[in-house]
Structures are given as structure tokens and as C-alpha cells.
Design a binder for this molecule. Structure first.
Ligand SMILES: [Mg+2]
Length: 397
């Protein structure tokens, strides 16, 4: 059955395009929604490492639903993208939907002449706290973290830039149950960070779900004295009860949620109080529309939100708008040093190499892509990640 065309004088969507920009560790999938109004278009981001081509194809699938529709009917189009195709979207389709949803909010803001956070109710804070990433996730020897002193040195660079919170991955690809040597080395890394940073800086650890709940508890007990701000993704996202075991066993907040999509996947986590902080990703969870709903659900459980965001500049901008509009927002992840030309693909640089940002003031997401500059970095396959335990069985990266 043909889709009903938009009625009246409204704006109509004329094209939904993707622009893939290779940024070393990941391909940024930028989504551009164009309209029949001169100069009115929106940008979103649907970056999903190792699944770039799938996401680009999924955006093409969804575009069929959107061409000819009114882009200002943001929620109606969200419902169409989520429900009209019968099959529920997994991570690929929800990432495509998320990028398009961000672009629709960008259009809505530009059309109204207001920043997106104004349309979401206006800023609920005067400034938004950001955290820096110290790395540690890409080791040559996957069974060892980088040297403890390396983490201590890196933290100084973050502090010089004005950050008051940092995240690191000092816990290596773990065995199902770990050896004392591996456990103690991880503790040394955290000790080095705490010594270098002092007690006024917040430290987060990301486990990347490398651990079983038992191994996560083994590590966590040795880290108990370092007052972690949070302990991230200690278990697979599917294992809510395992997460609950870790939450109950350790004395610091557990954070998770970057791989969950849609409010329904967050429901069990919240109902069971299996974590203390949720981390939806605005480029995966269902866009700005869904992130604010997930945040509202979390608010009813007094659980703070800290959107996951290792992606490109559009995802960062979208996350910042949510951060200003959501009362139970805790802190925002940013990437500042993945590629030196990060800001070159923008017409207005997005300065996030600092501890806090002010409320956005430009219409829409406040992001404009320099497509000519972006075209210098075309798609390239991501580095293949394959990790194995010492006995040759598959491990989590
Ligand atoms: Mg993480």
C-alpha cells in the first residue's frame, strides 16, 4: 500500500543520505535528511563499529518510509521507523533509526530557530560536566593492561585540559576466573591513577563486559579502596542478574547500558535495580526521542544517566543537548584525541577538550558538516578485533 503523502503546506523530506567518515578506530556514519525547503536539512550520526555497511543499508531501508513525509512530525516518524516494518530493530536498525531521529530534531530546531535542548524543555543546568578517556582498551598483550605508570601520566594531560573526571580500561581481557598477578596489576593501575589525580578527581573503569560476574567481583574487591565513580559494564548486557550480583557485592556504583536499545531493554535493569547509573547511547538507543524517554524512566527509579559517546561530533552534540535537557543527567563522555582533524569536518568547531560545556545556543544541534573536508576520509574497514583466552576459546574484547 503506498504511504500517505504529507498534507497541507508542510515541509517534505526529499532525501535521506549517509556520509561515512573514517576516523581511525571507527567509521562515523553521518546521516543527512534533506527537505524541499531551501537550506533546511538535518544531520544525525549512526556510527556502529564493524557494522558500518549494515547501518548504511538500514538507513536506505528506512528512507523509503520517510521520503515525502513531514520531517517536523518527529514522534510520528519515530513510530513509523520502529513499528512499520514488523521486525523489531536490533543494534543495526536502531542505530540507523537513531541517526535519522537526530537529524529530524536538527531540522526541527533549525526550522524553529532554537537549539534542540530548548525544544526539549530548556536547559536544566548552567553547565554540563564532561569526562576524558585515558584509553587502555587496545593492548598489544591482551592479557596485560598497559603499565600502571602510563595511566598516572595520562591523567595529568586530562587535568591540564580542565577535566575533573576520567575513564580508563586497565582491566585486560580476562579469564573466567583470574590469577592474583592479573588482579594485582589492575589494582596497581588504579592506584597510579588515584595517586596522580588526588581525591578531588573522579575515576571510572570500563570493563567492556570482559569479565564474568565472579571475575568482576574479584577485581572489584581489590579496587574497593579507590572510591571509583563507577565500574562500567562488568557483565554481558544480556545478564541482568549477573549485574545485580556484582552491584550487591561491590561498594561502588555499577554503570551499564551502552549496548541496549529501546526503552524496553532498559526496563528490567531499572526494575531490578541492577545498576546505579545507565548509559544509553544516543546513536544506538533510538535517538534523542528515545534517550529522553529512557532517562525519564530512570528518573522514576532515582537512577542517573550518562550517555555513552565515543563517536563523532554529531553524536557528541546530540548527547550534549540531552545532557542539558535531562534533570537526572550525571556527566557526558567525550572523545577529543582520536583523530587530529576532528573539528576540521565542522564549520563551527565543537570544543569538548575541557571539563565543562555551556548550554548550546545555535539552532538545531548546532552542528554543520563541511562535506568537502569530510570526503577526505572515506570508509575504510575497522581494525579487526579478535580475542582469545589462553586455551584458544573466544574471549570478550
Ligand atoms: Mg563502555
Amino acid at each position: 500500500m503506498p504511504l500517505p503523502a504529507a498534507k497541507g503546506k508542510q515541509v517534505k523530506i526529499t532525501a535521506v543520505k549517509t556520509l561515512v567518515v573514517n576516523a581511525r578506530m571507527r567509521n562515523w556514519v553521518l546521516v543527512k535528511v534533506e527537505t524541499d525547503q531551501p537550506g533546511l536539512y538535518g544531520w544525525g550520526e549512526a556510527t556502529l563499529e564493524w557494522k558500518t555497511k549494515g547501518v548504511v543499508g538500514s538507513v536506505e531501508d528506512l528512507a523509503v518510509l520517510l521520503i515525502g513525509q513531514d520531517p517536523l512530525r518527529t514522534e510520528h516518524l519515530w513510530q513509523m521507523m520502529f513499528r512499520q516494518y514488523f521486525w523489531r530493530g536490533g543494534i543495526v536498525a536502531m542505530t540507523a533509526l537513531s541517526g535519522i531521529d537526530q537529524a529530524l530534531w536538527d531540522i526541527k530546531g533549525k526550522e524553529a530557530g532554537k537549539p534542540v535542548c530548548e525544544l526539549l524543555g530548556g536547559p536544566v543546568r548552567d553547565r554540563l560536566r564532561l569526562y576524558d578517556h585515558l584509553g587502555g582498551g587496545l593492548m598489544e598483550d591482551i592479557y596485560q593492561s598497559e603499565a600502571p605508570e602510563v595511566f598516572g601520566e595520562r591523567i595529568h594531560v586530562s587535568l591540564e585540559k580542565g577535566f575533573t573526571a576520567v575513564k580508563a580500561m586497565p582491566i585486560p581481557v580476562a579469564e573466567l576466573i583470574e590469577t592474583p598477578a592479573t588482579l594485582k596489576r589492575a589494582a596497581k593501575c588504579v592506584e597510579a591513577m588515584r595517586k596522580a589525580a588526588g581525591d578531588s578527581v573522579d575515576i571510572m573503569l570500563d570493563l567492556h563486559a570482559r569479565t564474568t560476574s565472579a571475575a568482576a567481583i574479584q577485581f572489584g574487591r581489590l579496587l574497593a579502596d579507590y572510591n571509583l565513580f563507577w565500574y562500567e559494564e562488568p557483565c554481558w548486557p544480556e545478564h541482568v542478574d549477573a549485574l545485580l550480583e556484582v552491584s550487591r557485592a561491590l561498594p561502588f556504583p555499577i554503570a551499564t547500558g551502552e549496548r541496549l536499545v529501546g526503552r524496553w531493554q532498559f526496563r528490567e535493569l531499572l526494575e531490578k535495580r541492577a545498576c546505579a547509573i545507565i548509559q544509553p547511547d544516543v546513536s544506538h538507543c533510538g535517538g534523542i526521542s528515545e534517550a529522553r524517554r529512557i532517562a525519564a524512566m530512570a528518573e522514576t527509579y532515582s537512577i542517573p544517566v550518562a550517555c555513552h559517546n565515543p563517536q563523532g561530533p554529531v553524536s557528541t552534540a546530540a548527547s550534549i543537548h540531552i545532557g542539558f535537557a535531562v534533570p537526572n543527567y550525571l556527566i557526558q563522555e567525550v572523545v577529543r584525541a582520536d583523530v587530529p582533524w576532528r573539528n576540521d569536518i565542522l564549520t563551527h568547531p565543537l570544543d569538548v577538550a575541557c571539563g565543562y560545556v555551556d548550554p548550546p545556543t545555535l539552532p538545531g544541534l548546532g552542528i554543520e558538516i563541511n562535506e568537502k573536508a569530510a570526503a577526505k576520509y572515506p570508509f575504510a574497514p575497522e581494525v579487526t578485533m579478535a580475542c582469545f583466552h589462553r586455551d584458544g576459546s573466544v574471549a570478550d574484547w
